[in-house]
Design a protein around this ligand. Structure first.
Ligand code: FES
Length: 115
């Protein structure tokens, strides 16, 4: 069962600027590019730096700590090519011209899934 994590409006999401959404323990960074919105966990899977501080270029975000480059759509690591780790991404639904919602399938910390 999907769970609503956040409702975001265009005014909360400056184009191309990473925005923070509280979702412990790893939190979420949201990026809007035009009419598309992407959400992935904030703490970099490499060594837990904040992707919130990363540089957005095209549909990628570069972690400032060691330059790891992630695909905003899939969370896949694009650079360095010889490592494999994936940043968790969250489902984003567009609810109106200026509204998006962020969802997760993962139950809250400490709560057993009922399925
Ligand atoms: S912590 Fe992100 S690249 Fe190292």
């Amino acid at each position: 069962v999907s769970r609503l994590l956040a409702t975001l409006r265009r005014a909360d999401l400056p184009d191309g600027k990473p925005t923070f959404v509280i979702h412990p323990p790893r939190h979420i960074v949201v990026v809007r590019l035009g009419d598309e919105v992407f959400a992935l966990e904030n703490l970099c899977r490499h060594a837990d730096a904040h992707l919130l501080l990363g540089a957005v270029r095209g549909c990628t975000i570069e972690c400032r700590a060691h330059g790891y480059l992630f695909d905003l759509r899939t969370g896949a690591l694009l650079h360095p090519a010889d490592e494999s780790l994936t940043q968790q991404v969250y489902e984003v639904r567009r609810d109106g011209p200026d509204t998006w919602t962020v969802w997760t399938d993962t139950p809250p910390e400490g709560v057993e899934s009922e399925e």
